[in-house]
Design a protein around this ligand. Structure first.
Ligand code: ZN
Length: 209
């Protein structure tokens, strides 16, 4: 598909994005003023809410300007980002995550220094470097778990908020497009998000009916 066709489609869908943002502001309320909307040419994710600048960013490449992506999925993605916008705990959680990660990094640097010292003093045969190495791994795992718990709560909140704007079916359809089984410290597994959505809204699974 040519770049100009891609851009034309993205421009035409800009109205859809603005309309979904306006609907979300109306439906979700929120503690922040209505966000700015920015269409970005690239990025890792389809959409992103930038809390620092109170801005919803929607990607054009392989998303807004892609004819294989339905309008419904675009609306669900925008509504999800607006769910983050409406989250009253987002700022506090971001601060906690930043602090936890900074603390973990400092501790891990200390552990690496401890390993070097243990190697220098005890030589390669010493078992002592294993102690700071194990401590560094334990801290990394704990920090990952802590950040994941906070971030995942934000994702579940945004999903639930999005259902109030576009309906649960559209949000589930969006999450179903993500690779199953994949999780990170920022996002839970898609199947866990879908399970929560179904539980939240009492929507039966397809195979239940
Ligand atoms: Zn999100």
């Amino acid at each position: 598909m040519s770049a100009s066709r891609h851009n034309r489609l993205a421009a035409a869908r800009r109205e859809l994005v603005d309309q979904t943002v306006a609907e979300s502001v109306h439906e979700l309320g929120g503690h922040l003023p209505p966000p700015a909307v920015e269409i970005v040419s690239d990025g890792k994710s389809e959409g992103r809410f930038n809390l620092e600048h109170n801005r919803v960013e929607i990607r054009t490449v392989r998303f807004l300007g892609d004819p294989s992506v339905s309008d419904g999925r675009i609306r669900a993605a925008v509504a999800h980002e607006m769910g983050h916008w409406s989250d009253p705990t987002a700022a506090a959680r971001a601060r906690q995550i930043g602090l936890a990660w900074m603390t973990a990094r400092v501790f891990m640097i200390v552990c690496v220094a401890g390993m070097v010292v243990a190697l220098v003093i005890g030589g390669h045969d010493s078992k002592w470097p294993a102690v700071p190495a194990a401590a560094a791994i334990a801290v990394f795992v704990a920090a990952f778990g802590f950040m994941a718990r906070l971030n995942w709560a934000c994702e579940y909140f945004a999903d639930a908020a999005a259902t109030r704007v576009v309906g649960v079916a559209a949000v589930i359809e969006m999450v179903e497009t993500f690779p199953p089984g994949r999780f990170s410290h920022t996002h839970p597994r898609p199947e866990d998000r879908i399970r929560r959505l179904r539980k939240l809204t009492g929507t039966p699974r397809d195979d239940d009916s």
